[in-house]
Design a protein around this ligand. Structure first.
Ligand SMILES: CC(C)(COP(=O)(O)OP(=O)(O)OC[C@H]1O[C@@H](n2cnc3c(N)ncnc32)[C@H](O)[C@@H]1O)[C@@H](O)C(=O)NCCC(=O)NCCS
Ligand SMILES: Nc1ncnc2c1ncn2[C@@H]1O[C@H](COP(=O)(O)OP(=O)(O)OP(=O)(O)O)[C@@H](O)[C@H]1O
Length: 238
């Protein structure tokens, strides 16, 4: 099974790209969705978040109520220390969910899966993907799109953009770049072109279903990533 990482910057167009990938019948694991699931009131991460941030991050400031996402965002996006705590609680839970889903897809004999991870190159997951796709748009477009989509002020929008590595640095680390600088039809076309290049060879797909080959292929992916170098050790320190 080939595992491809899709990343970009906030509002650079990842979800729009994902909708095209899904329409090609390629399964996608969406980490923003997983990050919502693992903070539901029944999950252990919820209690850990409340223990650190207090009930102020909950709707009606009441235990058992869902997270107030806007409020929580205003706490973690402008503050690297608070963001680090939030990430240290949420990311391991998200990672476990990803691994569970990958295992289920592998058992089903899936040949290609895309993981949509906004923080692919800032976190650990870049180590397990065989190729990296970056969805790029210039910072001013990113800012305009985030403000239009989420109705955020300039200050809130910039805090979110600055909570991530600059998008241009992620491009340096990409195996494939989808330039989202034109209209939605062009974005769809570029996505289809990239996915055609990525499609795994059927022989590898069949071999990859057997555990020893899976092990060999996974080792090769990890070694390849290691040789390419740790993206977190280049330039930005976000
Ligand atoms: C702060 C929260 C509640 C804001 O929720 P909201 O619904 O407004 O935004 P949403 O979850 O859709 O995220 C939008 C985008 O923000 C960016 N983003 C989210 N969390 C982070 C973070 N910790 N660091 C940097 N960028 C982030 C991503 O590009 C993401 O696609 C939410 O983003 C969150 O719980 N973040 C922490 C978990 C996380 O790191 N998620 C990213 C994927 S694992
Ligand atoms: N080429 C485009 N032309 C016009 N609007 C676009 C284009 N690409 C994306 N958008 C719009 O910009 C906004 C951001 O795109 P999208 O939600 O796909 O980004 P994202 O990278 O998934 O964001 P996030 O990191 O916040 O999850 C959306 O409202 C989307 O409809």
């Amino acid at each position: 099974m080939k595992v491809v990482g899709l990343t970009g910057g906030i509002a650079s167009g990842k979800s729009t790209v994902v909708s095209t990938i899904v329409s090609l019948d390629i399964p996608v694991i969406d980490c923003d969705k997983l990050a919502r699931i693992v903070v539901e009131p029944t999950h252990p991460a919820y209690k850990k978040l409340v223990a650190h941030f207090g009930v102020e991050i909950l709707q009606n400031q009441e235990m058992g109520q869902p997270l107030d996402r806007y409020k929580f965002g205003t706490i973690i996006f402008p503050n690297p220390a608070q963001r680090k705590v939030a990430n240290s609680i949420i990311h391991p839970a998200v990672r476990d969910e990803i691994l569970k889903r990958l295992f289920k897809l592998w058992i089903k004999g899936t040949s290609l899966v895309v993981i949509d991870v906004p923080l692919l190159l800032e976190g650990e997951l870049w180590r397990i993907v065989s190729e990296v796709i970056v969805v790029y748009c210039p910072p001013e477009t990113q800012l305009a799109r985030i403000k239009a989509r989420d109705g955020l002020s300039e200050e809130d929008a910039l805090a979110r953009i600055n909570a991530q590595r600059p998008l241009i640095e992620k491009v340096d680390y990409a195996d494939h770049v989808i330039q989202n600088i034109s209209d939605l039809d062009s974005l769809k076309q570029s996505t289809i072109e990239v996915m055609n290049k990525i499609k795994p060879n059927p022989i590898w797909t069949i071999l990859g279903y057997f555990p020893p080959f899976t092990f060999l292929m996974a080792s090769w992916v990890i070694a390849k990533r290691h040789l390419k170098g740790d993206p977190r050790k280049t330039k930005s320190k976000v």
